[in-house]
Design a protein around this ligand. Structure first.
Ligand SMILES: *[C@@H]1O[C@H](CO)[C@@H](O)[C@H](O)[C@H]1NC(C)=O
Ligand SMILES: *[C@@H]1O[C@H](CO)[C@@H](O)[C@H](O)[C@H]1NC(C)=O
Ligand SMILES: *[C@@H]1O[C@H](CO)[C@@H](O)[C@H](O)[C@H]1NC(C)=O
Ligand SMILES: *[C@@H]1O[C@H](CO)[C@@H](O)[C@H](O)[C@H]1NC(C)=O
Ligand SMILES: *[C@@H]1O[C@H](CO)[C@@H](O)[C@H](O)[C@H]1NC(C)=O
Ligand SMILES: *[C@@H]1O[C@H](CO)[C@@H](O)[C@H](O)[C@H]1NC(C)=O
Ligand SMILES: *[C@@H]1O[C@H](CO)[C@@H](O)[C@H](O)[C@H]1NC(C)=O
Ligand SMILES: *[C@@H]1O[C@H](CO)[C@@H](O)[C@H](O)[C@H]1NC(C)=O
Ligand SMILES: *[C@@H]1O[C@H](CO)[C@@H](O)[C@H](O)[C@H]1NC(C)=O
Ligand SMILES: *[C@@H]1O[C@H](CO)[C@@H](O)[C@H](O)[C@H]1NC(C)=O
Length: 499
């Protein structure tokens, strides 16, 4: 099978003269209905492709991308197609496939990353009988891989539009990653791959991609030459998509290929869809002069926050990194961005603080969840943990009515119930990472954080959000403020406690 793919790719090479070998660096596929309420026998499905390429991918009109190509939304002329690979007669998915030509979103000239990333969206009208595997198998991965050097790639997704038990059309899981994640050799690593889903109640599980094309859920080779591309002792906990491993050899890349699958409930044994995520780890030996502490991203928004933003309004978001040693500088932010988001040069407004500003005006075709990830890299090639947020485009958050807070002003020490009214019916966010913080302003310590997506202490009833503390944490004489993560603003409410 792999040989045949290689041959057909060879023909493409001859025709287009653009695919010049070892340039694939990973990718992500996903899809969702524009409206998950079925009407009639077809549905409009938005299909998303994101790939990472080698920046030094020769013979393009833009041989080495720069931030100017991100701003100009320069096409990446891949000249290939994501085609139907299994059970194709169940659908009218285009027989020639969907173009894999990208719009440039990220360009990274860091010598270790050298990545050129982009994405491509299509909207298809497909029959609800569709139960197909789509994907982009081709060649090749690059040479500096622990497993899979110069091998063909395969990246595939399962799309099944049969109605779910709740009568809705399914949306696939979504995920984000940096193209290359750096870790020190011989150090036990725990790496979490983000998983999310528009269908808030779905159970998400990730598993290793595999090439068992007669038995796997996709009925197709899911990973080409990089199946199980991490050291054999790697442990994957599927329910949280957590990888535990130690990278044995420095200056090598390790490819990771996973499928994220959504199940209707805990008793379901067959997933409703399957989406791939393929990316790289890079192993290094820290130099003697490197700081003992990696940089970290300390932006105001917490990692994994989900933020509602309107269409057509310019967003200015700062990514803030912290360094910890004299002489330690941030030389690069590696990113994975939506189309049209630009990245400023890095500034250093004060000692140990490094800032990059993101600017983005989402357009209406970007409505829905749009992921962004960043990692800060210092002058010794130490990389921070990834910081990923989801922008929910076109989602207008209900506004909180500040004057409606109950109780107001001074509260009693045993006060455990708070409520606030909203301008429109509010509902629990379907994704993790939207928080309510209660902070002791006397010593600026957070006394309580509730994740609004899951905390049972936070309830949403029509126009009211109610927060119930199991135990009141208040200290007499202290004052507290409450911070709500929300669309594009934060709201501060003051309370003082008396006894
Ligand atoms: C989704 O489709 C249903 C059924 O056709 C319709 O009633 C509903 O208004 C649509 N929702 C949106 C947001 O367009
Ligand atoms: C192929 O598609 C048909 C029609 O939707 C479906 O009934 C069948 O289960 C599919 N087969 C596989 C292997 O997915
Ligand atoms: C899971 O969903 C199926 C289909 O709706 C249902 O029959 C079953 O009772 C559900 N199981 C659980 C544990 O909720
Ligand atoms: C972002 O900055 C631009 C230019 O300074 C400004 O016009 C715009 O209002 C800002 N956007 C927000 C949401 O503050
Ligand atoms: C890089 O940072 C380290 C501290 O983290 C410092 O000791 C070293 O001198 C710096 N190297 C260069 C080349 O600037
Ligand atoms: C709150 O309590 C403080 C101290 O007891 C008092 O000085 C203040 O006037 C009170 N504020 C309100 C709004 O009741
Ligand atoms: C708090 O305590 C006061 C008296 O100590 C009592 O009257 C009041 O009902 C209590 N409030 C709550 C919410 O338990
Ligand atoms: C959200 O967080 C809760 C509590 O930490 C966890 O149980 C749940 O699995 C998380 N859900 C997702 C989709 O990550
Ligand atoms: C700050 O106040 C909280 C209670 O509001 C207390 O639990 C904590 O110990 C205090 N922290 C410091 C550093 O004083
Ligand atoms: C919420 O609103 C609905 C529709 O207006 C109403 O039927 C329901 O009783 C309300 N629920 C509560 C708890 O007020």
């Amino acid at each position: 099978m792999e040989r045949i793919l290689y041959l057909s790719l060879f023909i493409l090479c001859t025709l287009h003269g653009v695919l010049d070998g070892a340039h694939f660096r990973g990718g992500i596929l996903s899809w969702r209905p524009l409206n998950n309420t079925a009407s009639g026998s077809t549905a409009q499905i938005l299909v998303h492709q994101r790939y990472f390429w080698n920046r030094e991918w020769g013979s393009f009109s833009v041989p080495y991308c720069t931030e100017a190509n991100v701003a100009a939304q320069t096409p990446i002329p891949v000249g290939a197609y994501m085609t139907c690979l299994a059970n194709c007669s169940s659908s009218n998915y285009p027989s020639g496939g969907l173009s894999a030509n990208m719009i440039t979103t990220d360009c990274d000239s860091n010598p270790i990353i050298q990545s050129w990333a982009g994405e491509h969206y299509d909207t298809l009208t497909l029959p609800l009988t569709t139960s197909i595997t789509i994907g982009y198998p081709s060649s090749a991965w690059f040479a500096s891989l622990y497993i899979g050097a110069n091998d063909p790639w395969s990246i595939v997704s399962r799309m099944n539009l049969a109605l779910r038990p709740d009568g809705l059309i399914n949306s696939s899981p979504v995920t984000t990653t940096l193209p290359v994640v750096f870790y020190s050799t011989l150090t036990p690593i725990v790496h979490i791959v983000q998983m999310a889903d528009n269908d808030g109640t779905d159970i998400l599980i990730c598993r290793w991609s595999n090439s068992a094309s007669t038995t796997n859920y996709n009925r197709y080779d899911e990973c080409g030459g990089i199946c199980m591309g991490l050291p054999p002792s790697t442990v994957l906990i599927g329910s949280s998509c957590t990888l535990s491993f130690t990278l044995p050899t420095a200056n090598l890349y390790y490819a990771c290929a996973l499928q994220i699958e959504d199940f209707y409930n805990t008793s379901s044994t067959t997933p409703m869809s399957s989406v791939p995520i393929q990316f790289l780890f890079y192993a290094y030996n820290p130099s003697a002069s490197a700081c003992a502490q990696r940089p970290s991203i300390t932006s105001a928004r917490p990692n994994k926050a989900c933020i509602g933003i309107p269409v057509g309004v310019q967003l200015n978001e700062t990514v803030i990194a912290q360094t910890y040693c004299p002489g330690q500088t941030i030389v690069d932010f590696v990113t994975s961005s939506p189309i049209g988001m630009t990245h400023s040069a890095i500034s250093n407004p004060s000692s140990g603080t490094w800032i990059m500003t993101l600017t983005w005006t989402p357009v209406s075709t970007q409505s829905g969840p749009q992921g962004f990830c960043a990692g800060a890299i210092d002058n010794s090639s130490l990389q921070s943990d990834p910081w990923c947020i989801t922008f929910s485009v076109g989602f207008i958050s209900p506004e909180l009515i500040q004057s409606s807070v109950a109780p107001m002003g001074n509260i009693s020490q045993n006060q455990t119930v708070f409520s606030i009214q909203t301008t429109m019916a509010a509902k629990r966010p379907s994704r993790n990472g939207t928080y309510i913080h209660f902070t002791d302003s006397t010593n600026n310590t957070v006394v309580q954080i509730y994740d609004c997506s899951s905390a049972p202490q936070v309830t949403y009833i029509n126009f009211t959000i109610v927060i119930r503390f199991p135990v009141a944490p208040w200290i007499p004489g202290h004052s507290y403020f409450v911070t709500f993560d929300s669309g594009v603003y934060e709201l501060f409410l003051r309370h003082s406690v008396f006894d």
